[in-house]
Design a protein around this ligand. Structure first.
Ligand SMILES: Cc1ncc(COP(=O)(O)O)c(C=O)c1O
Length: 381
């Protein structure tokens, strides 16, 4: 019998039954009073969980649309922006901002490390930047940026809006907008929310909303906060047809988050990540992100000598676990394992056991039970 395939890539993540059920419901009119109430609850729930007095936007699209929406509402052509890039998705923000006619300065870290916060402050003192953009967890490196510390620095600059890409972080890594100085948080549905892909989610705090107002008319239409604010405040109104079933799915995800408690959810992710990372290291793999800056949502893992990437991932998939390949300079020598969202101990143990069986099949000695032992011990602490 074939193994069931667990999707352990860094998004989309496993979608739990009760969330799937929402997507299987009969679609109603977007003006249906029941749906309007549900949509309102989702918008309010996002603001409450991620703690902002500002606005939340939930629109059909992916994380990239959210990235674009985030920047389109707080800058205009010719503005200076600073991108802190810890990998592929930081670099995506560079390209996106350049396309928008922004003047982009970039500070890049070596992959697997972070840009020191002092370097960011130094750069901010050199020029007036209208926005600083940072990826909370870069999915290409497994590095987590110190958002709270960066937020403290950016707060010193009244004219600078702090935009955080939380696509691979939100609902797993701590993000409290107003308290952490995050002015715009952009994210998507398919990672730590455990919802299928298809929702672009943006939260904007008071400073970002003031900036939007000061810009007057902007070029972008679908992405304009001002078009969406009336809808998010009163979802009976229409601007673009909301993806009804995905919004129900997000409503169920938020219910699960509230039931678990967001603080407990953050703690669980830390525990799971550290347990997974310790277990992987016990098998001889190397976690590529430097200690102290490792994400809780995924691990980028380098192979030991003699393991072929394609062969490893093929056998692992046959053993029932799908992981993602490395990106760019990490391609071919590493894989990426997601461990975020609504996953329980069964997922973790099965994943680790499948990794061991794969290594065993590839001729690595004395691995069976080793990673599972470390993982279980760590999880039981
Ligand atoms: C950190 C980060 N930002 C942005 C994106 C882009 O999101 P999407 O693929 O949903 O457009 C991704 C996708 O994996 C991501 O990991």
């Amino acid at each position: 019998m074939k193994n069931k395939r667990l999707v352990m890539i860094p998004g989309p993540t496993p979608v739990t039954r009760s969330i799937q059920d929402q997507m299987g419901r009969e679609t109603v009119a977007h003006g249906d009073p029941g749906f309007v109430k549900d949509f309102k609850e989702v918008v309010e729930g996002l603001k409450e969980i991620f703690k902002t007095k500002g606005e939340a936007f939930v629109v059909a699209g992916t994380g990239t649309l959210a990235m674009e929406m985030g920047i389109a509402n707080v800058t205009k052509e010719g503005d200076n922006v600073l991108v802190i890039s810890h990998g592929h998705f930081g670099d995506r923000y560079v390209e996106l901002c350049e396309r928008k006619g922004l003047k982009v300065d970039t500070i890049r870290s070596e992959w697997g490390t972070i840009v020191p916060v002092e370097d960011i402050e130094k750069k901010l003192n050199e020029k007036n930047y209208k926005a600083v953009l940072v990826t909370h967890v870069d999915t290409s490196t497994g590095v987590c940026a110190p958002i709270a510390e960066i937020g403290k620095v950016v707060k010193k600059f009244d004219d600078t809006v702090f935009v955080v890409d939380g696509v691979c972080a939100t609902a797993a890594e701590r993000e409290c907008l107003d308290e952490m100085g995050i002015d715009v948080l952009i994210t998507g549905s398919q990672k730590a929310f455990g919802v299928s892909p298809g929702l672009a989610i943006v939260l904007a705090g008071p400073k970002a909303l003031e900036r939007r107002e000061s810009l007057g008319a902007i070029r972008d239409y679908y992405m304009d906060f001002e078009k969406w604010i009336p809808i998010m405040n009163e979802p009976a109104k229409y601007f673009g047809t909301p993806p009804v079933n995905l919004i129900w799915a997000l409503q169920e995800s938020l219910r699960i988050i509230k039931e678990e408690g967001i603080e407990n959810r953050y703690e669980r992710h830390i525990k799971v990540a550290r347990a997974m990372q310790a277990a992987l290291e016990s098998l001889g793999f190397k976690v590529l992100a430097e200690k102290g800056h490792r994400a809780v949502t995924l691990s980028c893992v380098a192979y030991m000598d003699g393991i072929d990437d394609a062969e490893f991932r093929k056998i692992l998939a046959e053993e029932g676990v799908v992981v993602a390949g490395g990106l760019r300079s990490f391609a071919g020598n590493s894989f990426r394992l997601g461990h975020m969202g609504n996953i329980d101990t069964h997922y973790l143990v099965s994943t680790m056991s499948a990794i061991e069986r794969t290594l065993h099949k590839l001729g690595v000695k004395d691995v069976l039970g080793k990673g599972v032992g470390v993982l279980t011990e760590e999880l039981m602490k």
